[in-house]
Design a protein around this ligand. Structure first.
Ligand SMILES: Nc1ncnc2c1ncn2[C@@H]1O[C@H](COP(=O)(O)OP(=O)(O)OP(=O)(O)O)[C@@H](O)[C@H]1O
Length: 278
């Protein structure tokens, strides 16, 4: 992307509608080496520094293998960084925690549980009485527009519905941070667009902090307040694009001139790397 355009896009929103500025996730100079000490160590991340504000929707965009999932797993607490520091509200992230939940590409629903039971599962750790769990789960099932499918098992519903159920389950513990790893990657193009609109709506309504990993440039821009573009491996933050589109995001915004030109500019920047990674 041209430097002038990038500078313009990086101008923060100001005035009464400006987003709150409280840092929720602070990633400081994080590196990750797989197989350190082996003959073939893989440097997945190198010096990643990123601050994410409470309530912000950040898309992590980059070519295959640049370390997006690694970074997400480190934020989740599933993996540890090899170097650097990761803080949530000023405290080190050392293990998984219900304040950060994850939605994966492959849904990760329990096949032997109904939609309702899957969503309730996310509430078990809270120690709530059964009736209250059922009530909260019904509300979340309604939020993701799955009412009427509570008693279906995962094999009885479509991929898009499975992902809606997985989103409801991830929202169940009322996390501060929702981490999404290519959540729509396995869905057909139409379902993907519909679910993008749903997650845009849900994230606006619930005001969660969202970190969304994707290869999809238009998806990254459509959903995010900020697109963080990563370099090819070893992954570093290569550029950041602030998205000035208002919320709630609507389908028409995909034809907004700013949206179209930004997606095109990002594609021109990333195309050579995508081609190399093919
Ligand atoms: N457990 C592991 N052991 C060794 N290398 C790994 C491991 N996990 C990931 N890697 C390597 O680290 C690099 C980053 O992987 P990662 O999955 O984080 O990238 P990504 O950007 O999410 O890729 P994709 O978009 O294809 O999912 C890749 O080269 C990958 O092969």
């Amino acid at each position: 992307m041209a430097a002038a355009a990038r500078t313009a896009l990086l101008t923060p929103p100001a005035g009464p509608d400006a987003e709150p500025t409280e840092t929720q996730i602070d990633i400081r100079n994080v590196g990750k080496v797989y197989g350190a000490g082996s003959d073939h160590p893989v440097i997945a991340l190198d010096g990643v520094t990123l601050s994410i504000r409470r309530g912000e929707f950040v898309s992590l965009l980059g070519p295959s293998g640049c370390g997006k999932s690694t970074l997400l797993n480190i934020i989740a607490g599933f993996q540890s960084a090899s170097s650097g520091q990761l803080l949530q509200n000023g405290r080190p992230i050392v293990k998984p925690d219900p304040s950060r939940t994850v939605v994966f590409q492959d849904y990760a629903l329990f096949g032997w549980m109904t939609v309702q039971q899957n969503v309730e599962f996310g509430l078990k750790a809270k120690g709530l009485p059964k009736a209250r769990r059922a009530e909260i789960a019904r509300g979340l099932i309604d939020t993701v527009r799955l009412t009427g499918f509570e008693d279906k098992f995962p094999h009885q519903i479509s991929g898009g519905m499975k992902q809606r159920a997985a989103i409801a389950r991830a929202l169940a513990p009322d996390p501060d941070i929702l981490l999404m790893d290519e959540p729509f990657g396995a869905l057909d193009a139409q379902t993907r667009v519909l679910l993008q609109e749903e997650i845009a709506r849900i994230s606006s309504e619930t005001k969660k902090t969202v970190v969304f990993v994707t290869h999809g440039i238009d998806e990254a821009v459509f959903l995010a307040d900020r697109v963080v573009v990563m370099s090819p491996r070893p992954g570093r933050v290569r550029e950041e694009v602030l998205v000035p589109l208002p919320r709630p995001r609507t389908a028409e915004m995909r034809s907004d001139p700013w949206f179209v030109s930004t997606v095109n500019a990002l594609w021109e920047t990333l195309k050579p790397e995508w081609q190399k990674g093919e």
